[in-house]
Ligand binder design. Sequence first.
Ligand code: HEC
Ligand code: HEC
Length: 200
Amino acid sequence: MGFRNGLMATGLALLLAGGAMAQADEARAKKIVNGVCFLCHGAEGESSSEIFPRLAGQHWEYVAKQLDNFKSGKRKSTAMADMAAKLTPDEMVSLGRYFEKQSVATEPAKDAALAAVGNYIYQNGNKFSGVAACAGCHGVAALGTNNLPRLAGQFAAYIETQLKQFNQRERTNDNAVMHSVASKMTLLEMAAVAEYLSGK
Ligand code: HEC
Ligand code: HEC
């Protein structure tokens, strides 16, 4: 085998090893999900109830960061502190990658009139009270970015609770930006935006 072929063979072996590692990571993530997370978040991140956030389609970086913050106590949560306590950083990433791959099956918003108000606020903000347009950060389609959560298709009840928690600073990790947004919102605006996003 010449030098060049040897190099190619090494490259191929590395590539195959990489593929096998990704498969092992996915298998590990699936095992953890089917072992415990599914109870609340569903086996594919669809979630078993409106009080638990959907994780399907969520960005892996954001998921891994939240898990790390639950583990360190930066984001306080009675439900999630124990869940994250045993996870390693690698598992947090694998879990994030697993959930990001899952697709979200959304239903149309239940209250179309409320959702229409939410659509306006989401895209434009409220210039009379200084609420920033959500679209400016979370994106026009609410798909988020690597570090900004996807909001499209999330349950209305969860979104509303998070907005209230950001406002009260009960969501303890990185709440500065969202506190300044949520503190200017009325309860009607929170409910409207949440209704809109749930059907997106
Ligand atoms: C007993 C129910 C329950 C179980 C089991 C559970 N979670 Fe959670 N999870 C929650 C709740 C409730 C929240 C919302 C945070 C809060 O209100 O405390 C949450 C939030 C999260 C979030 C943040 C979502 C966001 O949009 O910010 C991630 C990520 C997460 N869970 C991942 C997991 C993983 C991974 C597992 C399995 C290791 C798991 N959860 C098991 C109840 C649960
Ligand atoms: C200046 C940028 C910015 C704007 C504008 C903004 N957000 Fe956020 N939002 C963030 C960041 C950053 C986070 C993530 C915080 C973290 O990493 O824990 C976030 C998180 C959230 C979450 C938590 C999602 C989850 O899965 O737990 C919700 C809900 C949310 N934003 C709703 C809104 C709504 C509704 C608006 C408009 C009224 C809005 N945001 C405007 C930056 C922004």
